[in-house]
Structure formats: C-alpha cells, structure tokens
Design a binder for this molecule. Structure first.
Ligand SMILES: Cc1cc2nc3c(=O)[nH]c(=O)nc-3n(C[C@H](O)[C@H](O)[C@H](O)COP(=O)(O)OP(=O)(O)OC[C@H]3O[C@@H](n4cnc5c(N)ncnc54)[C@H](O)[C@@H]3O)c2cc1C
Ligand code: FES
Length: 338
C-alpha cells in the first residue's frame, strides 16, 4: 500500500467511536461520511464551528490562513475539522451533536458540466451530470473542486434531487478565484470533483407551519430548491410558502419565473421582492429583505418555519430581526455563506 492510499484511524477521546480518514480527505468530512455527527457549518474554513482539540497524533492544516483558525487555537492544539489532514492515527476531543448527523452521507462524485444559462447580469445557473448518485435534501450544498483553484468552493443546489443531476446558481464575484474559473474557463464537457451533500438548512418536511424563504444575491439557489420541493411534497399540502427576494437594484431581482412554474403559485405560493437602491421605474417594495419580512408578517413570524440564504450582512440583519421578534431559534434554518 502506498502512503497515498493510507487510511488513518481517528478516535474520539472518552468514547469508543472512531472513523477512518483516507488521503485526500479531511477529518470533518471523513467523519460525516461514516455518519458521525461532527458539528460544522461552512466547510470552507470560515465559521470555526468544526473545531476539535488534538489529544494525540499529528495533523496538518491544508489552509493555514483559514479565517476561522486563530493563533489562540494554534496554541491550544485546536484545529478546524474541515481543513485538517491527519499525518497518522490521532485521538481528538470533539462533542458530536445529534443535529449534525448527516441525512445523506456525503460522497465524492465526478460531475460533468453539461450547460449553463444566465439568470441576471451576474448570476448564472450551471448544470452538471454526475457519474454516480448523490442524494441530497432541498437547501443543502456541495463542494466543488475547481482546477487551479486553492481549496473547494461551496455552492447550494437549486434543483431537487433527481437522476444524477445538480444545478447551481452562482454569482460571479469580482476577482474571485473560483467564480472566475467557473465563468471564464470551465468548458462544457469538462469534469470536476463534487463532494456532498452538506448543510443543515434543509427543508423540514415533518413541520406543518407556513414557510418563509428569504433570499438575497447568491442565496437564491437553496431557497428555490426548498420552494420546488415544498410545492410538490404531499406532507406539506396546504402549507403556504412565502418567498421574499432582496436585491440591490431592480436588475438584481430574480426567482419569480422559477416560482411561477410551480403548482400553487399565486395561491399557496407567493413571491415578493424588495430592492435597497430603488430606481424610478421600480414599482415594488424598497428596503432590505428583512424589513420587508417584518412589515409583512410582524409577530406572526413566530408561527412560521423560516429559511434564509445570502450574503453575510443580510444573514446578520435577518437574525437580529428574528431575535427581536422572539422567533424560536429551532424554527430558523440557515448555513451562513462566506
Ligand atoms: C454554505 C455555503 C453555500 C454557498 N452557496 C452559494 C451559492 O449557492 N451560490 C453562490 O454564488 N455562492 C455561494 N456561496 C459562496 C461561494 O462558496 C464562494 O465563496 C463565492 O462564489 C466566491 O468564491 P470565489 O472563489 O470566486 O472568491 P474568492 O474570494 O477567491 O474565494 C472565496 C472563498 O473561498 C475560500 N478560499 C479562499 N482561498 C482558499 C484556500 N486557499 N483554501 C481553501 N479555501 C479558500 C474561502 O472560503 C473564501 O471565502 C456559498 C458559500 C457557503 C459557505
Ligand atoms: S470552519 Fe470548518 S465548518 Fe466552517
């Protein structure tokens, strides 16, 4: 066996649980692949939720400059599970939390780019065909390994799980390494590695409350996937879904056409948009999407199941508003974008 194909055993201190971590994989994702409920959120080194303490053994951080890893962590032998590779068998201290138990165990598949289409001036939908199944829940995301790009990039699926197809709606980020590669260099027919699914902000089918989806910018995709699933889910028949989209200008507003194609549009399914920099020709709401949600629903937000996705500033404003309105935390679902 070559060094490259070695599998190291990671043991959870104080328990009889352990899992294998093969080369080319990181501690967090190899734990999730074995069904272990390892806490995390972003998977890209930013949030710090996947920290563990190294009790015994040696690990290497694949991205030592990850914003979620501090000098203090380094001193205390704390590492990010999503960025650390074992150099041998290890013992780690990490408290599994049932909430993070994967609904579908993540797997790595080969994905071929089959097409793309424009959604707005800076968002495009990318279609991939997979060489193996990758079941996922609406609202989850996957990691794309892009040629020549350091690390992986997280993108949420906008379709609902189907026959080996993934759709992503991606906003081009000025000077972004990953989006630059996707928009300018990845040719139709090219294959990349996709790893997923990940994320906790997936549709709760067993909850019968009305649903509120709040999306801004690149947060369109997971909310569209949730709306697509909820509108056809027999368990959610009769549940109303309100979809609110926030953009900076009218040119940023999108999603209505995707919702109009779903059963129940105009009845159980409604779409509203707000823009923060209104133009004269805009006849809709002005302001931020959290302001629109608060003015439309007020205290009845407490009776809704709320999902949101978008830029960090939008996410923080939504959380502050929901906290002030005393919306129970368990009814709010999001994976912060970074
Ligand atoms: C859970 C989640 C879901 C997301 N879903 C979507 C979506 O549906 N649509 C969408 O448009 N965007 C989404 N994003 C944002 C997306 O992942 C990218 O951050 C964004 O596209 C910018 O990437 P970039 O490479 O162009 O920009 P860059 O500025 O080059 O890189 C941005 C990100 O890449 C990571 N990164 C940078 N350097 C390294 C490195 N050396 N090693 C490892 N990682 C590195 C960091 O996390 C950084 O924030 C999501 C993000 C998260 C966390
Ligand atoms: S830093 Fe690892 S999951 Fe966010």
């Amino acid at each position: 066996m070559s060094m490259d194909s070695q599998v190291h055993r990671i043991t959870l201190a104080g328990s009889d649980q352990s899992f294998g971590c093969g080369s080319g994989d990181v501690i967090l994702r190899s734990a999730l692949r074995e069904g272990i409920a390892f806490p995390y959120e972003c998977n890209v080194g930013a949030c710090g939720n996947c920290k563990f303490e190294l009790v015994d053994g040696e690990v290497e951080m694949v991205w030592p400059d990850a914003p979620g890893w501090t000098e203090r962590d380094r001193e205390r032998r704390r590492y990010l599970g999503c960025q650390s590779v074992p150099r041998g068998d290890c013992t780690i201290k990490m408290r599994p939390a049932a909430h993070y138990a994967p609904v579908h165990r993540p797997r790595r598949v080969l994905a071929t780019l089959t097409g793309r289409r424009a959604i707005t001036h800076d968002i495009e939908e990318f279609h991939f065909q997979l060489d193996a199944d990758m079941p996922f829940e609406p609202g989850q995301y996957a990691l794309l390994k892009l040629p020549g790009v350091n690390g992986q990039r997280a993108y949420s699926m906008s379709n609902i799980a189907g026959p080996r197809v993934l759709h992503f709606q991606i906003r081009r980020v000025p000077n972004g390494q990953g989006t630059g590669m996707l928009f300018d260099s990845l040719a139709r027919g090219a294959s990349i590695e996709v790893d997923g699914p990940y994320g906790m902000a997936y549709l709760r089918r067993d909850v019968k409350r009305d649903i509120l989806c709040l999306a801004g910018g690149s947060g369109l995709a997971p909310m569209i996937s949730i709306a697509r699933s909820a509108s056809t889910e027999p368990e959610l028949a009769g549940v109303k879904l309100h979809f609110l989209y926030g953009g900076r200008t009218p040119a940023d507003v999108c999603g209505r056409d995707m919702l109009e194609a779903l059963p129940g549009f105009g009845d159980t399914l409604r779409f509203e948009a707000a823009v923060s920099a209104a133009a004269n020709d805009w006849g809709g709401h002005t302001g931020f999407v959290h302001e629109l949600a608060e003015s439309m629903f007020g205290d009845s937000l407490r009776d809704m199941e709320i999902y949101f996705a978008g830029p960090p500033a939008m996410g923080q404003a939504i959380q502050r508003m929901l906290l002030a309105r005393k919306v129970p935390f368990g009814q709010v679902h999001f994976d912060q974008f970074y």
